[in-house]
Design a protein around this ligand. Structure first.
Ligand code: SF4
Ligand code: SF4
Length: 408
C-alpha cells in the first residue's frame, strides 16, 4: 500500500469492549462490521484521539499487517470510511466526528453554579399519570403485577383519593408547560367519588386526557365523558362478552384496547377477538407474572438480529447513552400524593408537599428512573450497549439487567 490518510465517515458509530472486540455501525445503511483484533481496535482508537482531528496517517505498523489492511479494505468497500493518497505539503485534514454533547446534560448542569437545575425543567415532563383512587371490587390474579410493567389500574387497601381542587392545582401549574398527555387511572375510576366534578373540571383545559378503565368495570350506567378511553383487558376473560362490548362500541374512535397477555394461548385469544371484531385500535402488552419466564425468553428477549432489525439513528444512540427513553419525562402521582418516576422505584416526593417542578428537579438529581441506562454488567461489556433499547420495567420485575440471548 502507498502512504495514505484514513478516516471514518461521521455517520459511523464505534464501540469496543475490553477484550479488543470492536463494532462499527453505519447509522445510514444499517450495516455493521465487527472485528476481534486488538490491532484493528488500536487503529480506530487512533482516529478518535482528539489531537488527530478524526484523520490518521497510516503508518507502517498498520500497513504491514494483513489483518489491518483487510479491515481497512472492508471499511472502504462498505462506505464506512475513506483512504486518501498522501501528497507532500497537503493541508491538515479535519474530520468532525460526532461526539456526545447534550447542551442540557444534567451532570454538567450540576457543575454549573450559574444555572439552576430547575430551569426549564417543566418542559422535560411529557406524560403525567394521576391515580385518582385505589378502590376496585374485582379480583384479578395479577393486579399487583400489571401496573409495574405497563399502564394499568391497581388496587390497594389504603382508601386514598384525590380531591378535585388538588387536581385543579396540578393542572393549573402545568398550563404553560409543554406537557400534552395526562392519564387518569385507578382502581376503578367509577368508584372515584368526584368523577362527575372531574369531568366538568377537565372541560376547562386543553390537555390530551385519557381515562384508563378495566373492561369489566365498564357498564351502560357509566357517566358519559368525551375523552379518550384506554380499556384494559386481562386474562382470563369472557371472550364473548369482550367481543360483544367491542362490537357495540366499534364506532368509538376515542377508545383503545390494551390486552395484557401472559402466554401464547392468550395471544391467540386476542387474535380471535381482533379477527371477530375487525378492530385496529388495540395494543398487546406482555406481562410477567413470575411464572411465565419461558414466554418472555421466547418472545421478548432480544436476539442480535432484533437489535439490527431497523435502522438506529445517531440521535437514538446518543439518547441511549444519557437517557432512559422508556421512562424519561414520565411522572406518576398515586392517590395518596406520592410521586414516582417509575412504578417500581421509591417515591421522589409527595404532591401535597412538593410542586411538580420540585419533583422533576428531584428526579433529575436522584435519577431513580429517567437516566437509568445500560451502564452495568453485562451490558457495559457488550458491543451493542447503546444500540439496544433503554432498560424497561421488565428488567426490573424479572430482576435481570439484560433481557437478551446475546449475553447470558
Ligand atoms: S380491575 Fe384493575 S384494579 Fe381491579 S383487580 Fe383488576 S387489575 Fe386490579
Ligand atoms: S447484553 Fe445488554 S447491551 Fe448487550 S445485547 Fe444484551 S441487553 Fe443489549
Amino acid at each position: 500500500m502507498k502512504k495514505h490518510k484514513f478516516y471514518l465517515y461521521p455517520h459511523i458509530y464505534f464501540s469496543k469492549v475490553d477484550d479488543g472486540k470492536l463494532l462499527l455501525y453505519s447509522t445510514i445503511s444499517n450495516l455493521f462490521i465487527e472485528n476481534n483484533s486488538p490491532v484493528c481496535c488500536e487503529l480506530i482508537d487512533e482516529i478518535y484521539k482528539p489531537e488527530n482531528l478524526g484523520v490518521i496517517d497510516l503508518t507502517d505498523k498498520f500497513l504491514n499487517n494483513r489483518i489491518v489492511t483487510d479491515f481497512i479494505n472492508q471499511i472502504v468497500e462498505q462506505n464506512f470510511g475513506k483512504l486518501i493518497d498522501f501528497k507532500p505539503n497537503m493541508p491538515k485534514l479535519i474530520n468532525l466526528l460526532p461526539i456526545l454533547n447534550l447542551q442540557d446534560d444534567i451532570d454538567r448542569l450540576k457543575q454549573d453554579q450559574e444555572r439552576d437545575i430547575g430551569e426549564n425543567a417543566l418542559n422535560y415532563l411529557n406524560e403525567l399519570n394521576i391515580y385518582l383512587n385505589n378502590q376496585c371490587n374485582l379480583d384479578c390474579s395479577y393486579c399487583d403485577c400489571y401496573y409495574k410493567q405497563t399502564k394499568s389500574c391497581y388496587k390497594d387497601i389504603k382508601n386514598a383519593y384525590f380531591q378535585p381542587d388538588k387536581i385543579k392545582e396540578i393542572l393549573d401549574s402545568l398550563t404553560y408547560s409543554s406537557l400534552k398527555k395526562i392519564n387518569f387511572l385507578g382502581g376503578n375510576l367509577f368508584l372515584y367519588p368526584f368523577l362527575n366534578e372531574l369531568i366538568e373540571l377537565l372541560k376547562e383545559y386543553n390537555f390530551d386526557f385519557h381515562y384508563w378503565i378495566h373492561i369489566e368495570n365498564l357498564s351502560n350506567n357509566n357517566p358519559d365523558f368525551d375523552q379518550n378511553k384506554d380499556i384494559v383487558v386481562n386474562f382470563p376473560v369472557n371472550i364473548e362478552l369482550v367481543k360483544q362490548y367491542i362490537g357495540t362500541h366499534k364506532d368509538d374512535k376515542k377508545s383503545t384496547y390494551h390486552f395484557l397477555i401472559e402466554n401464547d394461548s392468550q395471544y391467540n385469544e386476542v387474535e380471535s377477538i381482533v379477527k371477530a371484531t375487525g378492530i385496529d385500535n388495540y395494543q398487546i402488552t406482555p406481562v410477567y407474572t413470575g411464572n411465565n419466564l419461558s414466554f418472555f425468553e421466547e418472545n421478548i428477549y432480544l436476539e442480535k438480529e432484533d437489535i439490527f432489525a431497523t435502522l438506529i439513528p445517531h440521535r437514538i444512540i446518543f439518547c441511549n447513552q444519557k437517557l432512559n427513553s422508556n421512562h424519561f419525562g414520565k411522572l406518576s402521582i398515586l392517590s395518596d400524593g406520592d410521586a414516582k418516576a417509575n412504578m417500581n422505584t421509591p417515591a421522589i416526593g409527595n404532591i401535597y408537599n412538593n410542586s411538580i417542578l420540585e419533583l422533576i428537579a428531584t428526579e433529575l438529581n436522584k435519577n431513580t428512573a429517567w437516566r437509568v441506562i445500560r451502564d452495568k454488567k453485562p451490558c457495559n461489556q457488550c458491543l451493542y450497549q447503546y444500540l439496544c433499547p433503554s432498560p424497561s420495567s421488565y428488567e426490573t420485575v424479572i430482576d435481570k439487567p439484560n433481557l437478551c440471548h446475546v449475553k447470558a
